[in-house]
Design a protein around this ligand. Sequence first.
Ligand code: ADP
Ligand code: 5GP
Length: 185
Amino acid sequence: MSPGRVVVFTGPSGVGKGTLLRSLLPKYPDVHLSISATTRSPRPGEVDGVHYYFKSRELFQSLIAADELLEWAEFAGNWYGTPRLPVLEQVKAGKLVVLEIELEGARQVRQTFPEAFQIFVLPPSLEVLEARIRGRGQDSEEAIARRLARAQIELAAADEFDLQIVNGRLAEALQELESALFAAV
Ligand code: ADP
Ligand code: 5GP
C-alpha cells in the first residue's frame, strides 16, 4: 500500500485492535495513528492526548458543531470521534494514517475517503471475545454487556470491509496485518 492513505481499522471492542496496533506500529514510525476524542472516562493508565482526547459531552458537542470531526458515533453510552485536521495534514504529508474506529464511523469514512483501505478484525468466537473483554479487567458488567451486544451487530457487517483478519494467534494476525499494510511499501 502506498503512503498518503487512510486505513480504517475496525472490529468489536476487546478483539485486540489496540494490541495489534501497539505491537506493529512502533516498527513503522512514519505511520500516524489518529487520536480520537471521546466522552468516555479514562481507564487506568490512559493519558489525555496520548490514548484519547478526553472531553465533556458539552465540548464534544462543540467539536461537532464546529465541523471539526471527520466522523463520530455513539458507542456503549459514550461518544467517539476523529479530529479532522490532523488526518488531513498527515495524509497531505504522505503518511499512512490509521483510524481505529467502530462500525458507524467506518461507514462514514467510506463516504469521505472512498479510497481508504478498510480492515475488520474478528475474534475466533464470541466466547473468546467475552473472555478477552473480561480479561482486560477494565469494564463494568454493564459496559461488558453493551459491548457484547454491539459486537454481534459489528460482526454481522464484517464483509463490508476490504479485508478480514481473525485475531486468534496474535503472531499470525500480526503477520497478516503487516503484509496487508506494508508488503508493497
Ligand atoms: P480492543 O482494542 O479491540 O478493544 P485490546 O487490544 O484492548 O482490544 O485487547 C483486549 C484484550 O485481549 C487485552 O487484554 C489483550 O491483551 C487481549 N488480546 C488481544 N489479542 C489477543 C490474542 N491474539 N490472544 C489472546 N489475547 C489477546
Ligand atoms: P474503547 O472505549 O474500548 O476505547 O473504544 C470503544 C470503541 O470505540 C472501539 O470499537 C473503538 O474502535 C471505537 N472508537 C475509538 N475511537 C473512535 C472514533 O474516533 N470514532 C469512532 N467512530 N469510533 C471510535
